[in-house]
Design a protein around this ligand. Structure first.
Ligand code: SAM
Length: 336
């Protein structure tokens, strides 16, 4: 192999490693308990999950009868080894179908689990994986972060119900925000105290605060569940009590909207456009609020944001003669 090709392979391997974040069973259990009614009689697909190691497979196979599932299909990508961290060392992958406990011992036994070989590498975009996707009612997984947009696009194209983990940054992708604005996708209930824990190869490189040497897990605060399954929290009203005043809630320089820097301070008596931190989406109730847009880049242009003092399409506020750009805002409006 030439040096160039070797370098290319090393880079590809490095990029692939960035997608290896393994979800904890406790986090899956905590989120899934809010959707139990959706699963009765349904075929579930976990399509970024080595069934031999994925906790999504563990959760659905162990709760198969309780959820009343019809079938569980789990596909893995490339890897055929039993190591937790996918080495992507095989171009062929396996998949597995489980139709429930047949010998009444309430455990998914190896002989009840149908392990099958895929012809290709198990890429969720391949024809054979799409054929499995077509058989599924609900797709549940933590897909590769680097392919999140493509992954969502495919689910929407095939009109699937889904529940999956993704990075909060994805909210700022034009296509993703549009789906949220149009109520075709929303955030789930979320991780406990906003902390998501994952097992990942080379977790130590993240350092203190992210990597915990005792558990071997990394902690991320900017990860969320994305879904199009209804859940109760989405229809709970956000309790508002603050009154509007123009000093505390100044207007942006280049958009007709006020700045509300804390979600709990959204004024009870203001019905115009407001910019709030994007973490608002975890509390968003479509009966109470309307999403207007994201105030920067092309999405910003769409809602009339003009260039600010830095020459960028991004909101700015001037206070005491100083102009600043609040970070990660979305523009919302109360429904009357
Ligand atoms: C963030 S990890 C999550 C793994 C597992 N779903 C979990 O939650 O523990 C994403 C997984 O997707 C796999 N993957 C990467 N590219 C893929 C592709 N094109 N098609 C299917 N799976 C892919 C990776 O091997 C990786 O294991």
């Amino acid at each position: 192999m030439t040096k160039k090709a070797l370098n290319r392979n090393l880079h590809a391997a490095k990029d692939a490693k960035k997608d290896e974040f393994y979800t904890q069973l406790a986090d899956i259990e905590k989120e899934l308990k809010h959707y139990k009614d959706h699963f009765r009689g349904k075929v579930v697909l976990c399509n970024c999950d080595d069934p031999r190691v994925s906790n999504f497979f563990v959760y659905f196979s162990q709760n198969f009868e309780q959820l009343g599932l019809k079938r569980l299909i789990t596909t893995c990508y490339k890897n055929q080894s039993r190591d937790l961290f996918s080495q992507h060392d095989s171009e062929h992958a396996i998949y597995l179908e489980y139709t429930g406990d047949r010998n009444n011992n309430r455990v998914p036994d190896p002989e009840e689990i149908g392990l099958k070989h895929l012809k290709g590498d198990g890429d969720f975009r391949s024809q054979e994986c799409i054929a499995l996707l077509k058989q599924a009612d609900i797709v549940v997984t933590n897909p590769p972060f680097s392919l999140f947009r493509e992954y969502v696009e495919q689910l929407i194209e095939f009109e699937k119900k889904f529940l999956m983990i993704g990075h909060m940054n994805a909210l700022h992708y034009q296509e993703i925000f549009k789906l949220i604005k149009e109520n075709k996708m929303w955030l789930g209930n979320g991780f406990e105290n906003g902390n998501a824990f994952f097992e990942t190869p080379g977790g130590e490189q993240y350092g203190g605060g992210v990597y915990d040497p005792e558990t071997g897990l990394v902690k991320f605060r900017n990860v969320a569940w994305f879904t199009n399954l209804e859940h109760q929290r989405r229809h709970e009203e956000l309790i508002l009590f603050k009154k509007y005043n123009d000093e505390e809630f100044p207007n942006y320089d280049n958009l007709d909207a006020i700045e509300v820097s804390k979600i709990k301070d959204i004024p009870i008596d203001y019905f115009g456009a407001m910019g709030v931190p994007d973490t608002f989406l975890a509390k968003y109730n479509p009966d109470q609020f309307e999403l207007i847009g994201i105030p920067f880049g092309n999405l910003g242009k769409e809602i009339g944001v003009t260039r600010n003092h830095r020459g960028r399409t991004d909101i700015a506020i001037t206070k005491d003669g100083k102009s600043r750009c609040p970070y990660s805002r979305i523009i919302i409006k109360r429904k009357s």
